[in-house]
Design a protein around this ligand. Structure first.
Ligand code: ADP
Length: 206
């Protein structure tokens, strides 16, 4: 059997992308969408809206383990600046969720659902690490902004890192349902899907 026939069909996934208020304010919406689109991934939903507090809380439904881990980093930052932490790691971590609510509700964001082969991992790779100043050059966060954990701790705000992208397929499914109704996701085909996914490429030569 040829490798093509024995291999599974392509790994079709959907992922949630949010362009945060800093991306909209910086007029980086087009640039970020360009970087996503040119991979060959396909936009199946797209809208501009102002999130509600409830939506943001449902989206960032972080558990205590996440809060402790993120809070520990805040404590590290404060200590490195000679500031004595006033709260526990868990408390600092929970404060980040509150800060995310404040940040995400200040103005419009762009929400998108993106589909294609390994869409979740491909978009995470484009986005880069959480902290822009240490995110790799070539990634969206590494190339297009400069926030740091230290400055976010000093401001007492969430890190402003332009965008969110789902971490796993399961997360993506849950997160998409926070921001989109099933009717808002459009099933359609693009002409270039043939070159990405079809076995048979007959018909290119005239
Ligand atoms: P990512 O968005 O890279 O998946 P996380 O899920 O760890 O990152 O965190 C969610 C968001 O919370 C980040 O994008 C960032 O805006 C904010 N955040 C994470 N860690 C911190 C921190 N130590 N201080 C302030 N904000 C943070």
């Amino acid at each position: 059997m040829s490798p093509q026939l024995s291999a599974p069909k392509y790994h079709k996934e959907r992922t949630l992308v949010l362009l945060k208020p800093d991306a909209v304010q910086r007029a980086l919406v087009g640039e970020i969408i360009r970087r996503i689109e040119r991979t060959g991934l396909k936009i199946v939903a797209l809208k501009l809206f102002v999130p509600t507090k409830e939506q943001v809380l449902r989206h960032y439904n972080k558990d205590d383990a996440w809060c402790e881990k993120k809070g520990a980093r805040v404590i590290e930052e404060l200590k490195s600046r000679g500031v004595e932490p006033e709260k526990t790691a868990l408390e600092y971590g929970r404060a980040i969720v509150e800060q995310l609510v404040e940040f995400m509700t200040v103005g419009p964001v762009v929400g998108m659902v993106v589909e294609g082969n390994y869409a979740v991992g491909v978009v995470r790779k484009l986005v880069g690490g959480t902290e822009p100043v240490t995110a790799d050059i070539g990634t969206i966060r590494g190339d297009l902004t400069v926030d740091s954990y230290g400055h976010a701790a000093w401001r007492n705000t969430a890190v402003r890192n332009l965008m969110h992208a789902s971490e796993t397929e399961e997360e993506a499914e849950r997160e998409i349902s926070v921001w989109f109704t099933p009717e808002e996701l459009i099933n359609y085909r693009t002409v270039w899907e043939k070159i990405l996914y079809d076995v048979n490429l007959d018909g290119i030569l005239e």
